[in-house]
Design a protein around this ligand. Structure first.
Ligand SMILES: NC(=O)c1ccc[n+]([C@@H]2O[C@H](COP(=O)([O-])OP(=O)(O)OC[C@H]3O[C@@H](n4cnc5c(N)ncnc54)[C@H](O)[C@@H]3O)[C@@H](O)[C@H]2O)c1
Ligand SMILES: [Zn+2]
Length: 239
């Protein structure tokens, strides 16, 4: 099976989602507008605020929760083909998921990138410069604007990463979407790709999603409790 995870799998680890009841954008809708690449490149003030937000991001304190660990059990039982995630927190890898199975559709917060020369550096190195007083630390190689190594609104996904996710969605018998509102494309469209290829779709999310009508099973329960139960059920069924 292939699994797609979203921000909802990490809320129990203390990282708020965007669109849930306690979501960053639910509480502050203007934050969404400032998340676009055009605004980021055009406005030094937005870049300064973004570096502060990266410095204070809850991901630096977060630990994997029971749901991340359950997906490691699924992998060790030989049942996981790919773990596609929209998250940028690396909590799947921290939990012990094999890095080669994790497909980070939206990149990672743990690295920084230069938008001019594509230099990638560890995020802690850049954040140390912010702490030392640089409000918008330029690229150490070319002086260009840096950002996190994540996909901003208005940016296309990396073609090789999207291809790997499409292949995983089209070549599984079961596609499980966990903790995602399934409103961000192309990530959400992976559910349709899996269905078109004949897979069953299972959705686990507190709130309704646009793909619920097409799912074989919809589980509207808290992920931290419900995912370990579902994984146990799947492992038992495969024995
Ligand atoms: N942890 C992270 O890395 C993180 C956090 C916030 C946003 N993001 C980024 O923002 C985008 C958000 O899209 P998305 O679809 O992943 O998230 P989303 O915010 O659009 O949706 C999250 C969904 O999870 C549900 N949910 C939250 N906690 C839950 C719980 N404990 N049990 C059951 N359901 C729960 C919410 O009801 C909501 O429908 C992604 O593209 C991602 O890159 C990442
Ligand atoms: Zn550069």
């Amino acid at each position: 099976m292939s699994v797609l995870t979203g921000a909802g799998i990490s809320t129990d680890s203390g990282i708020p989602d965007f669109r849930g009841p306690q979501g960053v954008w639910t509480k502050n809708p203007s934050a969404a507008a400032n998340a676009s690449i055009d605004r980021y490149l055009a406005d030094p003030g937005i870049r300064r605020d973004s570096w502060r937000a990266r410095l204070d991001h809850p991901a630096w304190q977060a630990r994997p929760n029971a749901a991340h660990l359950a997906l490691v059990d699924l992998e060790r039982a030989g049942l996981l083909r790919a773990l596609i995630t929209q998250n940028i927190d690396e909590l799947h890898q921290r939990a012990g998921s094999a890095p080669e199975l994790v497909i980070e559709l939206h990149g990672t917060l743990h690295r920084a990138e230069c938008v001019s020369c594509d230099l990638i550096t560890p995020m802690p190195e850049v954040l140390a410069r912010v702490t030392a007083g640089e409000e918008d630390p330029p690229c150490p190689r070319c002086g260009g604007i840096q950002k996190s190594n994540t996909i901003s609104f208005g940016q296309a996904l990396k073609p090789d990463v999207l291809d790997a996710a499409l292949t995983a969605a089209r070549s599984c018998e079961l596609f499980l979407a966990v903790g995602t509102s399934l409103t961000v494309h192309p990530a959400a469209g992976l559910c349709g790709e899996a269905l078109d290829a004949g897979a069953k779709l299972v959705i686990m999310n507190a709130e309704p999603t646009p793909y619920d009508p097409f799912a074989d099973r919809v589980i509207n329960e808290p992920i931290g409790a419900a995912l370990p139960g579902l994984v146990k059920e799947l492992i038992d069924a495969a024995r």
